[in-house]
Write a protein that binds this ligand. Sequence first.
Ligand SMILES: Cc1ncc(COP(=O)(O)O)c(C=O)c1O
Length: 374
Amino acid sequence: MQAVNAWQGPGEAAFDFRSDVMTRPTPSMLDAITNTSLGDDVLQEDAVTVSLEQSIAELANHESALLVMSGTMGNQVGIRTHLTQPPYAVLCDHRAHIINYEGGGVSTWTGAYVKGIVPKNGRYLTLEDIKPHAVLGDDIHGCPTRLISLENTLDGMIMPLDEMKRISKWAHESGLKVHLDGARLWEAVVAGAGSISSFTSLVDSVSLCFSKGLGAPIGSILVGSKEYIKKARWFRKSIGGGTRQSGVISAAARVAVNETFGSGQNGEGSLLLNSHLMAKKIATMWTEKGGKLNNPVETNMVWLDLDAAGVSNDDWVEIGRQHGLKLMGGRMVVHYQISLEALDKLDKAMDLAMSGKFTSTTTSEKNGQYCGQT
Ligand SMILES: Cc1ncc(COP(=O)(O)O)c(C=O)c1O
């Protein structure tokens, strides 16, 4: 039997709204992999990896960068590197990936108290949200704040550049470090929120992902000062993140940045832009059928309010399955490989969901319960 060549097209990814991590690597990534260098990255001898690290550091206006295997590894190594001696606390948005979806890693690796803050505007944290939760003095009853971890985009929503400037300025004046989970910062940039370096130069460290909307098979990168990245390399090693012939990862990541994000600081010619337009179209399709949204559409995510529509998560997933779509719940993630055919199918799936005619095949009530999210 002839093997299917999975590299030749997006395949099932074209119908998969569960996450942008479902994007498939492309033939040009495969081509780059076959032409990559094969040096040992633990010894820093892989030319393509060294060059990728240098160019992303430059793009982010920082001294140095470190290839890591995943966004989780970028955040965990990044946060661990900032913290030296408990007691200490990390402040972040209560919906942050580092709190909810990284296996409790910050507690495991650092012993830090991680405090999740609810933004008053429901979209992004402001300085006024953060300040009352920061412990800056030396009263021994408190757990001293050492780090603020921001996330941009968060749930597809943008933290505006001006707000990030205010938070970072105040944090630095208060002796705090700032980390940015920029797994999807590319999306904010393409949406016109500011250039890559306008965001990244505000913070002490940033983790950027190659394997979400950009479509690389593996990899993220942690960026910071020379001294910080030197130490981060140590922590990466200690958790098994030192890889050998990492050129196979870096080569595909390089193509993902150049071809999907686009060129320069603002992602000229970006393939991400179309997924933002599609997300807006999906939101309109839903609201025109009487549906409500849980969050505004600012980049590539659409949050369908299934509760308001009287549809359970499980039923929505099943309706999607019957229409040839992969869904995970009310969060719809649009990526550049989603097809127009998928939008047609989604339109029909929405019609059925809103008609009240779908007979539930399950009795489970999963809405509101924990649901893993990537
Ligand atoms: C905002 C954010 N940060 C970090 C991660 C972790 O990335 P990974 O799945 O590569 O560990 C994700 C995953 O989707 C994410 O959404």
